[in-house]
Structures are given as C-alpha cells and as structure tokens.
Design a protein around this ligand. Structure first.
Ligand code: BV8
Ligand code: ZN
Length: 245
C-alpha cells in the first residue's frame, strides 16, 4: 500500500494515538468475525440472538455451549502480524491507547499493554448472581456449571447486547478519543454502539480519523484516510513506512 507522504509525516510526530479494533483484526488469526456466517451446529443462530441476557435466561445451556465452542476456537488461535504491528506502534508512540471490541484476548497475548476491553473477555467466567470470577468449573455436559459460592449459573465475562459496557473502560475510551491527534478504526464494521461512536468523538475533537478495513463501512465517508485491505498486511506495511524506513 502506498501511504500518502503527508500521512506518514503526521504519524512520525503524533504524540497521542488511539486505535479501536473489531473482529476483523482477529480474522487472520482464524477467528470468525460477527458478520461471518457461523458454522456447523451454530449456523442456524445469529450471534445477536445468543449474546444477550434474554437468550441466557431462556436457554442457558445453549448460550453456555456457544461460548465454550468459541473458547475452544480461540485456544488454537495465535496473534497475527496485525496484532504485533499494534504492539510496535504502542512502543513507538508516546501516548497510545488500544480500545478493542474483541473478547478473544489476542491483543494482550501479542504483548499490547494499554488495552481497554470494551466488551469483556471470553476467557473470564463469572457468576451471573454474585459476580464472583472463577477459573475452574465442572465439565458436566448436561448442565451449565454453577458458582461454588452461591450456586448461581456461571456465564462468560462479556458484555451482552442490552448490557452496559464496563464504566471504567468506556470512560477511559471516550477520554482518549477526545484527546488524540490520530484515531484509527481497524477491522470493525462500525455498527455496534456505543463503541462505534468513539470515531465520531475523535472527529469532533479534530483528530485525524483513519479507517483500515477489508471493505467500506458506514464510517468510510467520514474519515480522513481509508485504506481497504487486510489489517494483518496493511498494519505491518504502515509500521515499516513510518518507523522503519
Ligand atoms: C448497550 C461481546 C445500553 C459478546 C459484543 C439500535 C441502534 C443503535 C444501537 C442499538 C440499537 N438497538 C440496540 C442497540 C444497542 C446495541 C447495538 O449497538 N446493537 C447493534 C447490533 C445495532 N448495543 C448494545 O446493546 C451495547 N449495550 O447499548 O447498553 C445500556 C446502557 C446502560 C445500562 C444498560 C444498558 C452492548 C454492545 C456489546 C455487545 N457485545 N461482544 C460476544 O462477543 O459474544 S459486540 C460483538 O459484535 C463483538 O464484540 C463486536 O464488537 C461486534 C461485532 O462488531 P465488529 O467487531 O465490527 O465485527 P463485524 O463482524 O461486525 O465486522 C468486522 C469487520 O472487519 C468487517 O467490516 C469486515 O469487513 C472487516 N474485516 C474482516 N476481515 C478483515 C477485516 N478488516 C481487516 N482485515 C481483515 N482481515
Ligand atoms: Zn455466585
């Protein structure tokens, strides 16, 4: 990709940079995005119909099994060059904030430090009643495991549709978006709120907004630079052009 020279120059001097990532960044690690059709047993379900408190109340075992299936898929996944390029950006830029909608934990796995997980983390499991976190639970295939403190049903520590985002992470994300010189929106369809509003907060604060995505999104007409392609290819090229030329 031929990045515009003014963009490269601007990045070399930028002090405060924010990156928002979505499922597209993990696609080259072999993880399906939300927009990709689900496979096999799960093909008949839409993620939005399973990732909600109503779905869990109605069919806790089905929802629990869906997350167990996704945790298995993530166990085999490794960060891709896009994740590692973001680690290098964090090391090169004085004030760098990585905000992710992804629940797969791959950014931290790759070595990113300042990560705001807006939608939680699928590897963490908590009690749906008392909120206690647990690393271990029974592998009874018939029922959803229960909390050994209070007997409540265990659930993944992710934010379901209709649930509030973790306050601390969201406030930090809004603060960072409002203060940055450059805001990247990478591998996200920009549909899910309130994460999708961060790019507009940055724009309103006069940040340069950049989109890196496989295809155009509703955000594309409103960004300063749009680079369409795979983040696992474009991000390493960008890091090379700015910091390793
Ligand atoms: C809340 C965790 C209120 C669970 C997730 C109507 C209008 C506006 C908003 C709403 C509305 N109705 C309801 C809402 C609110 C709702 C919402 O936004 N709904 C959407 C569907 C319209 N939001 C909520 O409910 C949020 N909570 O609002 O609470 C509240 C307030 C106070 C008190 C109580 C309640 C909660 C939202 C969080 C939901 N949880 N995840 C789980 O994972 O199971 S969201 C989930 O979907 C993912 O985490 C992810 O964030 C999202 C999917 O988005 P993307 O990451 O963008 O993925 P997607 O597949 O869409 O796109 C991938 C992109 O990558 C594509 O564009 C593709 O082209 C590109 N790509 C693919 N490969 C590559 C690539 N790009 C580059 N390289 C590649 N290789
Ligand atoms: Zn409990």
């Amino acid at each position: 990709m031929n990045f515009p020279s003014d963009f490269i120059r601007f990045l070399t001097t930028a002090e405060q940079v924010v990156v928002l990532t979505g499922a597209g960044v993990s696609q080259e690690s072999g993880l399906r995005t939300f927009r990709d059709a689900q496979t096999g047993l799960w093909a008949q379900y839409k993620p939005e119909d399973l990732a909600s408190p109503e779905a869990f109340a109605r069919a806790p075992k089905l929802v629990w099994d869906w997350y167990a299936w996704r945790r298995e898929a993530i166990k085999g996944a490794r960060p891709n060059p896009g994740h590692y390029a973001l680690v290098e950006m964090e090391n090169r830029i004085p004030n760098f904030t990585l905000i992710t909608q992804n629940v797969d934990g791959l950014h931290r796995f790759a070595g990113s430090k300042n990560v705001l997980e807006l939608h939680g983390n699928i590897q963490r499991v908590r009690c749906s009643e008392c909120g206690m976190f647990t690393e271990t639970w029974g592998d009874d295939t018939e029922a959803v495991p229960v909390c050994h403190e209070c007997g409540g049903l265990l659930r993944p520590d992710v934010v379901w549709f209709g649930e509030a985002l973790p306050r601390g992470e969201l406030e930090a994300a809004v603060r960072a978006a409002r203060a940055c010189q450059v805001f990247f929106s990478i591998g996200t369809s920009g549909v899910v709120q309130p994460a999708a509003s961060l790019a507009h907060a940055a724009r309103n604060n006069g940040s340069v907004v950049v989109e890196i995505n496989a295809e155009p999104t509703p955000l594309t007409p409103r960004v300063d630079y749009a680079f369409h392609g795979k983040s696992g290819e474009l991000l390493p090229e960008l890091v090379k052009a700015v910091w390793r030329n």
